[in-house]
Design a protein around this ligand. Sequence first.
Ligand SMILES: Nc1ncnc2c1ncn2[C@@H]1O[C@H](COP(=O)(O)OP(=O)(O)OP(=O)(O)O)[C@@H](O)[C@H]1O
Ligand SMILES: [Mg+2]
Length: 249
Amino acid sequence: MDINKNNANKYSDICNKYNDKYNNIDNLNAIKKFKNHPIICNLVDWNMLNKILKENNIRLIDFVGKGHRGVVFKGLMDDKLVAIKVPRLGAKNTIYHEGNILKEINKFGVAPIVYNFSEDFLIMEFADGITLKDYMNQNDIDKKELLCIIEETLRQCLRLDLHKIDHTEIQGGKHIIVNRNDNKNINKIYIIDFDKAKKRRAHNFTSAMALFFGKCYMANKVKEILNISEDEERYIMELVKLYKKIVLR
Ligand SMILES: Nc1ncnc2c1ncn2[C@@H]1O[C@H](COP(=O)(O)OP(=O)(O)OP(=O)(O)O)[C@@H](O)[C@H]1O
Ligand SMILES: [Mg+2]
């Protein structure tokens, strides 16, 4: 066997694969564009982002969103869509903490899968879909579909409670992502944004129950769609009280 020829073929295979999926020129062009973005231009260490993309073989696709602590981009890594969260300049850096929490809760099937993280970045599964808040603002919500979303969200919140991980922001509804498949059926529910999560006696389940059945705007809509009577509402709240008394004791 001609070893040199074999190595040369291997090398050209790797180069082709590399060029197909990842091209730093594309990333540099995308970064150049984002540097003029009216919202995030001054919020990101662009050199660091370029380094992260290069080291993890990620092709930058788009800017997804920003919060108080992080800026999130969409990218392609080994044919997988990923979300790249980087710390927001001038804000408290909670990226490493979030990566660690994700690693722990991924073991019991909660949150986007974390692929790699450090103090400078968090690369995780891209949670494709719409926020629960946006979902609830749609017209003609299917009763069965809504029940399925509520059931799965509560199930994940219970798992978090049992493992004593408190998300702390469940009640807002903007951290729950509803993912549908190609047939527009519910595929998966993702709970995202664990940067403020705490390891302590957790209140995710009661927060989610308040979000779905309490007194807020979303709960009122849920109760209307599911046609929940006042008696049933009282019964649900009794269950929540019991949960608090027995489980959160
Ligand atoms: N894994 C993900 N997949 C898809 N989109 C995501 C993912 N993680 C975050 N996002 C998007 O990026 C936005 C900002 O992310 P995130 O909420 O985690 O930032 P943050 O700075 O921690 O926000 P906050 O100020 O609410 O704590 C989210 O609202 C969401 O739209
Ligand atoms: Mg956050």
